[in-house]
Design a protein around this ligand. Structure first.
Ligand code: CTP
Length: 394
């Protein structure tokens, strides 16, 4: 995707500018052509010599070359670029871009851009959180610029929190995705089985392997979105870049979902409908007489998400059925207020729990129903993501 692309790399004055050298090198490695434009302040953080060596092009930071008097044409730079990538984007430069202030070459190049602009904010925690900064970021997104969200972590000031520039790997991923409509979106995926404890050594579980949910997480990450994967016990390794929250019971899964607000929810987990009312504290000893367990219903996580979804959110559920498949899935979609339902039938050979393949039918709220062939779970995940993209992001 980056091969042969002309990238105008903008650098504004932040300590995170040291990462721009690695970013520049990665862009070149991926086959992009890179020109660098810096604000006058950025030159104090990283030398133009480093960047011109890495980019194999002159670096621009002034309107004209003081020695030769040659004019650096911002319009030409903007026309040349397939996109403008501002990393790091400081509070000052973001504010100027959001408010039409053009007092350096970098800003002049930005205001001359016809193609897409990506920006990766970098600043201290309190500056980042300040309402004026948040408003400016929103404003820039409103102008169709793409935010590459900053990450939480240790900041140059010693404070810990949000505001750290996204890692080079995340920036490359965000600008490489075919389209940027997923960038900045938060996606919660539930996966795997749940285990409801009977006593300290026994539980009620099911055969879900988690493969479908983990495959979905990978596809969503490839789109450049942020993924929170809330999974019951599985043998699987979470894809790189996903935030994995491990849970055991339906109650723990519910708490994790409640603690993580998202724009898109995909509930692929096989959640127990009942839990043991009073799990024993000690191992239950064998006796000769019958043993009864009292079960009590769990909260339906998907139904709760559906009931509280906000405008613009998208909610996807799964339905595993053995009979009256379409009708049951349709009713489930309505009852749980989902936008889309992925139906698996246990009557389809080779599909369902445990295996590597799946056969699905996707139902949409607008009555559109699409049948898919038996495919690998990875290919099914791609079909699901494509369907979500079509209905949710247009
Ligand atoms: N689900 C959930 N929380 C529950 C039960 C189910 O989030 N406590 C979600 C599943 O992740 C799935 C969807 O609801 O996306 C449908 O699950 P399914 O077991 O097929 O449906 P149920 O509502 O449990 O209905 P039934 O078992 O009667 O078919």
């Amino acid at each position: 995707m980056l091969k042969g692309k002309n990238v105008l790399l903008g650098i504004s004055g932040s300590i995170a500018a040291y990462k721009s050298a690695v970013l520049c090198r990665e862009l070149i490695k991926k086959g992009a052509h890179v020109k660098v434009v810096m604000t006058p302040d950025a030159v104090g953080f990283i030398t133009p010599l480093t960047l011109s060596t890495l980019s194999k092009n002159p670096v621009y930071s002034e309107y004209s070359d003081a020695k030769t008097g040659e004019w650096n044409n911002h319009v030409e730079l903007a026309k040349w670029a397939d996109f403008f990538l501002l990393a790091p984007a400081t509070q000052n430069t973001i504010a100027k871009m959001a408010n039409g202030i053009c007092d350096n070459l970098l800003l002049a190049a930005y205001f001359s851009m016809q193609n897409k602009t990506f920006f990766a904010p970098a600043m201290d925690l309190d500056m980042f959180k300040h309402p004026s900064n948040q408003q400016n970021i929103k404003r820039l997104e409103g102008f169709d610029n793409v935010l590459i969200p900053s990450e939480s972590g240790e900041l140059a000031s010693g404070l810990v929190g949000e505001g750290r520039m996204a890692e080079v790997e995340s920036i490359i991923k965000a600008i490489s995705s075919e389209d940027s409509s997923w960038v900045g979106k938060k996606v919660v995926i539930t996966a795997g089985p749940t285990y409801e404890a009977i006593d300290p050594v026994r539980f009620i579980g099911n055969h879900s392997s988690g493969k479908m949910g983990f495959a979905l997480a990978e596809k969503v990450l490839n789109k450049g979105a942020e993924v929170i994967l809330i999974s019951g016990p599985t043998q699987l390794t979470a894809p790189n870049g996903a935030q994995l929250i491990k849970v055991k019971s339906a109650g723990e899964m519910l708490a994790a979902v409640r603690g993580n607000k998202a724009n898109l929810y995909i509930c692929a987990a096989a959640v127990a409908d009942y839990t043991v009312a009073k799990p024993a504290n000690q191992k239950i000893k064998k006796k000769t007489e019958d043993l009864s367990l009292e079960l009590t219903p769990t909260v339906d996580i998907l139904a709760e998400i559906g009931a509280h979804k906000k405008k613009g959110d998208f909610v996807v559920g799964f339905a595993l059925e053995t009979n009256n498949e379409l009708e049951n899935a349709q009713t489930k979609m309505e009852r749980k207020n989902c936008d889309m339902m992925v139906l698996n039938s246990l009557r389809d050979n080779g599909a369902g729990f445990g295996g590597d393949n799946n056969k699905t039918t996707i139902l949409h709220k607008d009555n559109n129903v699409v049948d898919f062939e038996l495919k690998s779970k990875s290919a099914v995940a791609q079909d699901i993501i494509d369907s979500i993209q079509l209905k949710w992001l247009g």
